[in-house]
Design a protein around this ligand. Structure first.
Ligand code: AKG
Length: 298
């Protein structure tokens, strides 16, 4: 919690009109002006290659930690991080019950009227206790998954495991809600193209509505997630720390004209305190850009 509130103090997102509020408007009120923030004139600029959806790399965590198959699976993980920046993780070990509970509770949460949600969060953010418990259980499980992936990445990069230790990690969980949009669905995006500012992100759909597309070779590849997989992507921090070897890839979310889309995203950050960086900087002799090596892994 301490690190969460620290992050909240660092910065918040740009205020926008609430999308549930927008979705509740009469179709006639959803003018181009009302939707201006969401309309992307360049939405069709690059091709969407549906036929490549099945090529998204898959990494099996069980095989990754089996000495017999480590090498083969580690090669897949390295390829995924270097060439795609996105991959699906199977055998992640998150209990089915934890997955089912969080999906159920997030769906129920977003069915509450907007004023009830606001009131709940204002008066007592912990009051919707069932969802709170589900979120906590899910976070605990995802921390283990993140730890396994980060450990494997450390082995692949041959870096000191201490540098990737959990004590430098901060975890942020977010629930995403994209309402259906009948008017101008073909011009509106749920999430504009962006790469993640995190070290690593673990994504998972909450309902069955697809929409995520990832950038590859100047085109968009729609993601069709395996029902049991978690989707992982390299974030900007990992790209920086690997000197650009691992790629933090742009992605976007298209919306569905008739159905809402729900997803959850766990972002993992690795902290470097300015004080630590400064202490490191001061305690070393001036030597070109060597102090930067302190934040880079490679
Ligand atoms: O919902 C998704 O699949 C992706 C969401 C996303 O890109 C984000 O939360 O930054």
């Amino acid at each position: 919690m301490a690190s969460e509130s620290r992050l909240a103090q660092v910065g918040t997102t740009i205020p926008v009109r609430n999308v549930q509020d927008l979705a509740a408007c009469n179709a006639g009120d959803l003018t181009a002006e009302a939707l201006e923030r969401y309309i992307r004139p360049d939405i069709d600029k690059d091709a969407v290659l549906y036929e490549h959806s099945g090529e998204l790399p898959v990494v099996d965590l069980g095989r990754l930690f089996d000495p017999q198959s480590w090498e083969e699976e580690a090669a897949k993980l390295r390829y995924a991080c270097e060439e795609w920046g996105f991959f699906q993780v199977l055998s992640h070990g998150v209990p089915e019950e934890v997955m089912a509970n969080i999906k159920r509770d997030i769906q129920e949460f977003f069915q509450l009227p907007l004023d009830v949600i606001k009131e709940l969060l204002r008066t007592n953010p912990r009051r919707p206790s069932r969802i709170w418990k589900s979120l906590e259980d899910y976070s605990v499980e995802l921390k283990k998954v993140a730890h396994s992936i980060v450990t494997a990445i450390g082995r692949i990069l041959n870096v000191d495991p201490e540098l990737l230790s959990d004590k430098y990690a901060v975890q942020v969980l977010r629930m995403n809600y994209c309402p259906p949009c009948m008017s101008m669905a073909e011009k509106v995006l749920g999430f504009s193209p962006h790469s993640d500012g995190s070290f690593l992100t673990i994504l998972s759909q909450v309902n069955s509505v697809q929409g995520l597309q990832i950038r590859r070779h100047d085109a968009w590849i729609p993601v069709k997630p395996h029902p049991e997989a978690l989707l992982v992507n390299v974030g900007d921090l990992l790209e920086i720390m690997t000197n650009g070897r691992f790629k933090s890839i742009e992605h976007r979310v298209i919306i569905n004209a008739r159905k809402e889309r729900l997803s959850k995203k766990l972002s993992l950050y690795r902290t470097v305190k300015v004080e630590d960086y400064f202490a490191h900087y001061m305690s070393n002799k001036l030597d070109g850009k060597r102090a930067l090596d302190y934040v880079k892994l490679l």
